[in-house]
Design a protein around this ligand. Structure first.
Ligand SMILES: [Zn+2]
Length: 484
């Protein structure tokens, strides 16, 4: 692949960073699922943006950098977007294993979420954000629902930003208790606010963290199935008015659309379409149990789906109809779904599971390629968040959000035959050696650069011990719970 043209300038230009000698990989900007690799490539970064991509030899002549970074033996790729996570769950990692989504929520996650204090949430989110930064994730969409008062939501946004990441706190909302919530036995303590109060609090948060903020706030009904439909209307209106995205859990378990159909006589995504609520601002997390009409609507409205294949496998929720959604026109992003539904904030693991899930579901090994997974984890994620033009690419003019991955330092990296496959099948998050957000190095040499991680880990252990005791979710709690 020829290098892109550099421009007419002849004298060396100053820049902040010059990354040279790596395998530079970028998705095709046309979102075809293909990727382009430049060998012995280079990336110049200045004022938070990528100002040139080219051969190492050319860019060494063209730029005089304040910092040179040798990327020999490393892959340079767009930073990952974790398009659906719950960072507050990082204090309960490892608990609740071996249950399907509904008992998992009912006996584990909701009691945990109800017990989380604002202080716990700050520590947990900071811990999750640090883990993400260490894994080459540069943008997180944190669907936060414990607790969701204005002060805590803004503190959560601060915690993400303090690690150096970008993203959004998608403020989880339920609103007035519905007949579906009653019939499915959701705990009343989860319903903290009325629909009007939820929208008022979200409006307050939006005013402090509006569109354009490094970490925004988005309205985010917690679940289409058992949230208040009027709240969904209000959330979409808020998002449209504020120029931000909106986010929700959608048909993760098979019972979600069934219970909605029983209560309202229509499936949840069909209802969104009927009400005119589906558009590019929507990200539907999971979207596992959609019928053909719903898939067509999501695609036609160019809405996004946040695919969480590790979580869906861990909780035995099902496999998202990926090929049909892509063919219909949906934007496909990838998410970890939080530290409790799979164990890691690790997009390498998520990319690999995306392949395996689809190959098993379709019995077709060519149904999805490594490059599709890389594209979804980077460009797809960036598009789902409404990020700046060029985000999710390594291209001139793009935000300088980059992950640098060692692909030479250990036995499994020798030899390297095909970079795209290597990154998905062989690399893992611990191979990330540097994470750059807006031109700033936020993780390097095994350390997050902005925060004291040792102090953070000590706090996290203290909070986790007290919280899991208080919520009564130490592991023995699950003995005797029906797993399905
Ligand atoms: Zn989720």
């Amino acid at each position: 692949m020829p290098y892109p043209p550099l421009g007419a300038s002849t004298a060396p230009r100053d820049c902040d960073l010059l990354l040279t000698g790596g395998h530079v990989l970028t998705p095709d900007p046309e979102d075809t699922g293909r990727t382009v690799t430049y060998e012995d490539g280079a990336v110049a970064v200045d004022a938070g943006r990528i100002v040139a991509v080219g051969s190492a030899a050319t860019l060494r002549r063209a730029f005089r950098a304040r910092r040179d970074i040798d990327c020999t033996g490393r892959a340079v790729l767009p930073g990952f977007t974790d398009a659906h996570t719950h960072l507050f769950q990082s204090l309960a990692r490892g608990l609740g294993d071996g249950m399907a989504i509904w008992p998992w929520l009912r006996t584990f996650m909701w009691p945990y979420a109800i017990a989380v204090t604002p202080q716990d949430a700050r520590v947990a989110v900071r811990l999750g954000a640090a883990e993400a930064a260490r894994a080459g994730i540069t943008t997180v969409v944190d669907h936060h629902y414990a607790p969701t008062d204005t002060e805590t939501v803004l503190a959560v946004a601060d915690a993400i930003e303090e690690t150096g990441l970008r993203g959004a706190v998608a403020r989880g909302m339920l609103g007035d208790r519905t007949a579906v919530a009653e019939s499915r036995g959701l705990p009343t303590a989860l319903y903290r606010y009325s629909t009007a109060e939820e929208l008022r609090i979200t409006a307050e948060c939006l005013a402090s963290r509006p569109a354009g903020s490094r970490v925004q706030v988005w309205p985010a009904p917690l679940n289409l199935s058992y949230g208040d439909p009027d709240l969904v209307h209000g959330a979409v209106e808020q998002a449209r008015g504020a120029g931000v995205r909106w986010h929700t859990h959608c048909s993760e378990g098979a019972k979600d659309p069934e219970s909605y159909l029983d209560a309202y006589g229509i499936r949840p995504v069909a209802w969104l379409e009927k009400e005119g609520l589906l558009d590019t601002r929507a990200t539907l997390a999971h979207a596992v149990w959609l019928d053909e009409e719903e898939i067509a609507a999501v695609g036609a409205r160019r809405a996004s789906v946040a695919h969480n294949p590790v979580s869906n496998a861990s909780l035995a929720s099902g496999s998202m109809p990926l090929a049909a959604l892509r063919a219909a026109g949906a934007t496909v992003a990838l998410g970890t779904d939080g530290p409790c539904a799979g164990g890691r904030q690790d997009m390498f693991e998520v990319m690999k599971q995306m392949l395996f899930t689809q190959r098993l579901a379709t019995l077709d090994p060519a149904s999805v390629r490594c490059e599709d997974a890389l594209t979804a984890a980077t460009l797809g994620g960036a598009r789902s968040t409404g990020a700046a033009p060029g985000a999710g690419l390594v291209a001139r003019g793009a935000p300088a959000d980059l992950a640098i991955v060692d692909v030479s330092g250990t036995a499994r990296h020798a030899p390297l035959n095909r970079l795209g496959a290597h990154l998905v099948h062989t690399a893992q998050s611990s191979d990330v050696v540097m994470t750059i957000v807006a031109g700033e190095v936020v993780f390097e040499d095994g350390r997050c650069t902005r925060i004291d991680e040792e102090e953070l880990y000590a706090h996290a252990r203290e909070h986790a011990a007290a919280l899991t005791r208080r919520a009564d979710i130490t592991d023995h709690t699950f003995q005797g719970v029906s797993p399905c």
